[in-house]
Design a binder for this molecule. Structure first.
Ligand code: NDP
Length: 315
């Protein structure tokens, strides 16, 4: 049978390109888990994806009710769950004030980390029912959260501190809207959320790989400088960023190439190792990359897991 993969945020950018790449192999049915149903349908159509290769399902990661609803809908559809890609993200680098999810968490961490954390946790049960050979749970990471890289050292740097803001509810009222308890900074909130993504992947691996056989992995597909991620940035940035990445840092990758890389992590038998953060070199060969000290801190990963469980109502 075909594999069945859920990709969050498959209505644009990396998620859409990976959806197309996987659908085209004829080996995968893609469930596009998106907050904007119509946009996702139109995106799939405009790329010429064949109707029988995908299903759009509603998911708004900025609402934990919506996450639970999505899980119910998926179960009712009786489609198996063989792979899950936590890809959706918001990036609000120019925001002066924090905005919040339905439950009142700062929006970047609430969407990128907490929404995905609940989704992945709930879907573990569904994974267990799948008879698929190589089950995979992929969480898209980023170089920007890794302070052992040049890009990760551009201020403001990611730093989760002692998680006091997160433990306080990240609501900007009784507590800070930032994980480390500091003042709101949209660019930092995004980087922090990506550190959470990479820490969660490793904690999933430690807790569940042996028991379930699921491979947990993260990746940095390269800098896809033209995606919607930068829609909230200033216009000059959006003009200069793609050529800067192409010619100066040489970290640029097209949406199609990045989509193919993500598709590899979902389905290539040679990328089945669990607990790995994948990257690609200049000849497009994949390799196991090193995470920064903070993004590989096992104690922090455990604490993040426990605090996140409380916030999403699992503990
Ligand atoms: P896009 O903005 O093109 O895609 C983000 C997707 O997330 C969109 O489909 C968007 O939906 C969706 N999304 C946002 N908020 C929600 C929500 N509340 N519920 C459900 N879906 C939501 O950006 P990219 O393709 O660049 O980003 C994809 C991933 O790649 C992210 O995890 C990002 O961190 C990562 N990444 C990107 C890099 C880059 O250079 N672009 C580099 C490294 C990592 P909608 O279409 O409705 O807005």
């Amino acid at each position: 049978r075909k594999g069945c993969v859920v990709i969050t945020g498959a209505s644009s950018g990396l998620g859409l390109a990976a959806a197309k790449s996987l659908a085209e192999t004829g080996k995968w049915h893609v469930i596009m888990a998106c907050r904007n149903f119509l946009k996702a349908e139109q995106a799939a159509k405009s790329l010429g994806m064949a109707k029988e290769n995908y299903t759009v399902m509603h998911l708004d990661l900025a609402s934990l009710d919506s996450v639970r609803q999505f899980v119910e809908t998926l179960r009712r559809s009786e489609m198996p769950l063989d792979a899950l890609v936590c890809n959706a993200a918001v990036y609000l680098p120019t925001a002066k004030e924090p905005t919040f999810t339905a439950e009142g968490f700062e929006l970047s961490v609430g969407t990128n980390h907490l929404g995905h954390f609940l989704l992945a946790r709930l879907l573990l049960d569904d994974f267990k029912k799948s008879d698929f050979q190589q089950k995979r749970l992929i969480i898209v990471g980023s170089i920007t959260g890794n302070t052992n890289t040049l890009a990760g050292n551009v201020p403001p740097k990611a730093n989760l501190g002692d998680l006091r803001g997160l433990a306080g509810g990240l609501n900007g009222v009784g507590s800070s809207s930032m994980i480390d308890g500091g003042d709101f900074d949209g660019a930092k909130a995004y980087k922090d959320s990506k550190v959470c993504n990479m820490l969660s992947m490793q904690e999933f691996h430690r807790r569940y790989h042996e028991e379930t056989g699921i491979s947990f992995a993260s990746l940095y597909p390269g800098c896809i400088a033209e995606t919607g991620l930068f829609r909230n940035h200033i216009p000059l940035f959006r003009i200069l960023f793609p050529p800067f990445q192409k010619y100066i840092t040489k970290g640029y990758v097209s949406e199609k190439e990045a989509g193919d890389r993500l598709a590899q992590v979902v389905s290539d038998p040679s990328l089945s190792k669990s607990g790995v953060y994948w990257s690609w070199n200049s000849t497009s060969a994949s390799f196991e990359n090193q995470l920064s000290k903070e993004a590989s801190d096992a104690e922090k990963a455990r604490k993040l897991w426990e605090v996140s469980e409380k916030l999403v109502g699992l503990a």
